[in-house]
Design a protein around this ligand. Structure first.
Ligand SMILES: NC(=O)c1ccc[n+]([C@@H]2O[C@H](COP(=O)([O-])OP(=O)(O)OC[C@H]3O[C@@H](n4cnc5c(N)ncnc54)[C@H](OP(=O)(O)O)[C@@H]3O)[C@@H](O)[C@H]2O)c1
Length: 264
């Protein structure tokens, strides 16, 4: 059974959101589409001002900003190519110029590449690690000085890092690196009360998971999950908003699985 992506702002209003992030400023990378978009909307619904980062999707990012503003929130869009060696540094510079202070970073932007191990190329391997690992590492390094004490950082891991799902060896390795990275960043930033966690989504209905849109793919996904529908972007965005707020104050250095109970 499929459930359409909900409107995170309307959903949050229905369940009496507590404005957990009022007066907070959040950066979400890759917020033009998919889980980044859902996360930006969920954070805005909690009262945060949101910086909507995008790569190529200027129109999509603008529509996220428009949606947040139409609901009474604050948002701005900025672009940077995170596959470039200086991409994270350029993004951090724009963020510092725009706000000068941050409470929440969601390092969500990512790319995927599937295929058997013997067909993986060095170029694709390097590109995966550039966008999925190098960019969040240096983005956080560059923004640490303007993070408010008591803030939250969330990075995107994946079910694929915890179980061998399909032909995703190099992609999954980038997500294993994220699981490791959050532990070290959590230790480094813990003295300032800044929490650093990862979420590991299962298969979520976004542009990235074209596999889940085929009949065979859906059968496979529903077969491995306890919950019998395909995960939606706001299933993950809502958990990231929770992790970004005060109710998650004692969770750090951990990876939270958001996968409908995937049993592999
Ligand atoms: N979908 C899944 O089933 C799944 C499962 C587990 C984990 N994840 C992880 O969750 C995160 C979000 O995935 P998603 O499915 O929501 O992805 P998506 O719908 O494909 O969106 C990817 C986002 O990342 C941005 N991006 C990609 N490459 C970029 C680059 N070089 N520079 C700047 N921005 C770039 C895109 O921006 P533009 O479009 O503006 O260029 C877009 O906003 C990723 O880290 C992914 O690995 C996904």
């Amino acid at each position: 059974m499929f459930m359409p992506e909900g409107d995170a702002i309307a959903a949050a209003k229905r369940r009496h959101v507590m404005n957990n992030l009022a007066n907070k400023t959040a950066l979400v990378t890759g917020a033009s589409r998919g889980m980044g978009r859902a996360t930006a909307l969920a954070l805005a619904a909690e009262g945060a001002r949101v910086i909507v980062h995008y790569g190529r999707g200027a129109d999509e990012a603008k529509s996220v900003v428009d949606q947040i503003r139409a609901a009474g929130g604050k948002a701005d869009a900025i672009s940077a190519d995170l596959s470039a060696a200086d991409g994270a540094h350029k993004l951090a510079e724009q963020v510092r110029n725009l706000v000068g202070h941050l409470d929440v970073i969601v390092a969500n932007a990512g790319i995927s590449k599937s295929g058997p191990i013997d067909q993986m190329t060095v170029k694709d391997f390097d590109n995966l690690f550039a966008v999925n690992v190098r960019a969040p590492y240096f983005l956080i390094q560059q923004l640490m000085p303007i993070m408010g004490d008591g803030g939250s950082i969330v990075m995107l891991s994946s079910l694929g890092a915890h179980a061998a799902v399909g032909d995703l060896s190099a992609y999954a390795a980038t997500k294993g690196a994220i699981d490791t990275m959050v532990k070290y960043f959590a230790n480094a930033l813990g003295p300032r009360g800044i929490r650093v966690n990862a979420v590991a989504p299962g298969v979520i209905d976004t542009d990235m998971s074209s596999f889940s849109k085929t009949e065979d793919g859906q059968k496979f996904v529903l077969g491995m999950q306890a919950l019998k529908r395909i995960g939606q972007p706001d299933d993950v965005g809502d958990v990231i908003a929770f992790l970004s707020g005060p109710q998650a104050r004692w969770i750090t250095g951990d990876t939270i699985h958001v996968d409908g109970g995937s049993k592999l």
